[in-house]
Design a protein around this ligand. Structure first.
Ligand SMILES: C[S@@+](CC[C@H](N)C(=O)[O-])C[C@H]1O[C@@H](n2cnc3c(N)ncnc32)[C@H](O)[C@@H]1O
Length: 282
């Protein structure tokens, strides 16, 4: 387990993932009933953007830095409103107004959750689970487990609330992760068919992604949203330039939110001509 999210926190892919997570939670928490959030590959929950890892790659400067950094251009009002749930979580992590800390997915989720909602965050890296526990220690709505994320899907579903969002965000450091993602989703759906599942994927090799989509279609799910963000032409080697989010059973209205947000993000976060976005139901 070599992957450390600290090198990538706040990059363009995190912006899409966390803004969408926040928007989904805004919609899911409109219903009075409690909700369970399960973050299968949770990371450490809070990242220093002035720390050595983030400084080494500088990835955040082309992600959250372009939305909330010191010299970021102001956001159009409609986009500010759409991004507010996400950016409020970022602002809460930076109370003096200077962007130094980036909230990971558990922190973004907690920022949107109500007192009776619950978060279970699983993380397998032995150092990262300790950092995650420290970062979440003051919030009684949450539990951090040193548990394999794929096992978490099998052992934690269905949640007792019968309402839930499951974020599946593996590190893609080993071959076969796309297949594990499909198997993990299938495991989840078998146990909890009505849950909202959010899957993150890097796009490097288009045929592999097409193969993933083919397998996803074979699960014959009825409501699946596919969102892509490209900040430069695809590179099979080298830095990540494109990402996809798959949302199974998206909350009502999320598709409209993404249709408004993606064109803006594709322009604001572009690092070279040849970027773009895509949103479709599959
Ligand atoms: C992409 S990062 C997670 C980022 C986090 N979800 C966020 O958005 O802030 C993937 C994390 O999964 C952890 N990990 C790797 N294999 C795992 C496994 N089998 N089960 C749980 N966590 C795992 C890694 O240590 C890493 O922290």
């Amino acid at each position: 387990m070599n992957y450390r999210h600290a090198f990538h926190a706040g990059n363009f892919a995190d912006v899409l993932k966390h803004a969408t997570l926040a928007l989904a939670l805004v919609r899911l928490t409109r219903k009075a009933k409690p909700l369970r959030v399960i973050d299968t590959h949770a990371g450490i929950g809070s990242y220093r953007l002035d720390g050595p890892e983030a400084q080494r790659t500088g990835e955040w400067t082309n992600g959250i830095g372009r939305l909330a950094g010191l010299d970021a251009e102001p956001l159009p009002a409609a986009i500010e409103a759409l991004l507010a749930p996400y950016l409020d979580a970022v602002r809460t992590a930076n109370p003096d107004g200077t962007l130094r800390v980036y909230p990971g997915s558990p922190a973004v989720a907690l920022a949107l959750m109500r007192p009776d909602d619950r978060l279970i965050a699983s993380e397998l890296h032995p150092e990262d689970i300790e950092l995650l526990r420290q970062n979440l220690r003051n919030d009684r709505r949450t539990k951090a487990l040193a548990l394999d994320g794929w096992q978490a899907i099998r052992s934690l579903l269905p949640p007792k609330e019968r309402r839930g969002l499951i974020l599946i965000d593996p590190p893609f450091e080993e071959a076969g992760e796309l297949d594990r993602l499909i198997d993990g989703l299938a495991d989840g759906i078998r146990r909890f068919a009505t849950g909202t599942y959010m899957l993150w994927l890097p796009i490097k090799d288009r045929p592999q992604i097409q193969n993933f989509e083919h397998k996803l279609r074979q699960l014959a799910l009825t409501k699946v949203l596919w969102a892509e963000l490209h900040v430069a032409p695809l590179l099979s080697d080298g830095p990540l330039t494109a990402t996809a989010l798959v949302v199974v059973n998206p909350p009502y209205g999320l598709s409209d939110d993404l249709a408004a947000l993606l064109p803006f993000l594709a322009t604001r976060l572009a690092s070279a001509p040849g970027g773009g976005w895509e949103l479709r139901e599959i």
